[in-house]
Write a new protein. Structure first.
Length: 401
């Protein structure tokens, strides 16, 4: 049982909307902290938490989701490279680009931004990246800038040749010319660590965070974005992050896969699309759709499990796509999608689905086990060993039957 005062603490300190993350994930984090402290009574733990700053930071570290990797979702980085050249082409060391990554986690995103701009032909001194996160542990790892092959998820490995020095076959240090373009700081929307200079950022990356925030913090985030972005700036968010307060002040770019938004009132870049008929003539061609009844999500998940048990990957995959119309933040759905992809012999898609499941709920035991098995088959024994260690930690927290 989670006491309301603990949920209130997380809401006040990091803006966490508990039900968006899932109560099981918070319960698991609490169990880990209570186990570490050898406390068995939830009331006693609450009293310690509310009076001890060190334990407050420890619980926050346990709750936040560190799952990320380099060039996660390629489209935003491609969009940034093109837009920087076309829209902000006059930047230099004397007048550099300023970009923000929040949350930056263990550094993969801000460093991906830096490598994108460098590979587009920009000098390191022509841009500066500010990176903010609530996790002290994640920021320490980001500053060290030492990574493994698993941090690339098998993609964009060519950057290892250009931007990293190899320590061992599975250990790489980021080169100083990339690392020095990023400035890390601890903070949140409410405690922003850098000067809040209006119009100071050309681009803000805030991906896969807004869905976890309560309404008050989301509104504060939008106000901060509006203040800090230039009129011709871009906001990058995650695919599930859009909500009404955001759309009231930002317009989505034409490249929908980038999930890039312009401040409303700013003219977007010229379109290369062919001229279309006037809006009203296009509207006349649209036939109003009859509302379609959607089966409940629980029924779809049950049908997916039955199809997987029959080894019918195609049917399970089709049902999974229908289930995604209900939600895109359900860890069990992505686990089952991974099973369906594997039955269809699409191992890359299976791994991606299990990684999404773990992003949403890092202690999803089935996803951990399936992903570990695939990594072992692929010969990535170091990454598999790390997952095995996570599996043992999760299993140690489960009550004995």
């Amino acid at each position: 049982m989670i006491l309301p005062s603990i949920l209130d603490f997380l809401a006040q300190r990091i803006g966490l909307e508990a039900h968006s993350v899932g109560l099981p994930g918070i319960e698991a984090a609490l169990q880990e902290r209570m186990l570490a402290l050898q406390i068995t009574d939830i009331g006693a733990y609450r009293d310690l938490l509310l009076s001890n700053a060190e334990e407050q930071n420890a619980l926050i570290e346990q709750v936040v989701v560190p799952e990320t990797w380099f060039f996660r979702d390629q489209a935003p980085f491609d969009f940034l490279a093109v837009h920087a050249r076309k829209q902000w082409g006059d930047y230099s060391a004397a007048s550099p680009l300023h970009l923000l990554s929040l949350p930056c986690s263990t550094g993969e995103e801000p460093y991906s931004i830096a490598m994108t701009l460098l590979d587009a032909g920009n000098a390191p001194e022509s841009f500066h990246i500010d990176a903010v996160d609530v996790s002290h542990e994640a920021l320490h790892r980001a500053r060290v800038a030492r990574y493994s092959l698993h941090d690339f998820r098998g993609k964009n490995l060519d950057v290892l040749q250009r931007h990293f020095s190899e320590i061992t076959p599975d250990c790489f240090d980021l080169l100083p010319r990339v690392r020095d373009t990023v400035r890390f700081a601890h903070g949140t929307f409410q405690q922003f660590p850098f000067p809040e200079i209006p119009g100071s950022y050309h681009a803000i990356f805030c991906r896969n965070l807004l869905i976890y925030l309560n309404q008050s913090w989301r509104r504060q985030a939008v106000e901060l974005f509006r203040k800090l972005l230039r009129p011709d700036g871009i906001l990058f968010i995650g695919h599930a992050d859009a909500f009404s307060d955001l759309s009231a002040h930002f317009s989505m770019a034409r490249n929908a896969s980038a999930f890039a938004y312009y401040p409303k009132g700013a003219p977007p870049p010229p379109s290369r699309r062919a001229n279309l008929p006037p809006t009203d003539s296009v509207a006349n061609l649209v036939t109003p759709m009859t509302p379609i009844h959607k089966p409940p999500l629980s029924a779809l998940l049950h049908e997916m499990k039955e199809a997987i048990e029959r080894q019918d990957g195609e049917t399970a995959h089709s049902i999974g796509q229908a289930a995604l119309s209900h939600t895109r933040i359900h860890p069990e759905l992505y686990y089952l999608l991974g099973e369906a992809h594997e039955l269809r012999q699409d191992i890359a898609a299976a791994k991606d689905a299990w990684q999404k499941s773990l992003y949403l709920f890092p202690r999803h035991l089935n996803s951990l086990q399936r992903l570990k098995n695939v990594l072992e088959r692929e010969g990535d024994h170091a990454a598999a060993a790390r997952l095995e260690a996570r599996i043992r930690r999760v299993q140690s927290l489960q009550p004995e039957v």
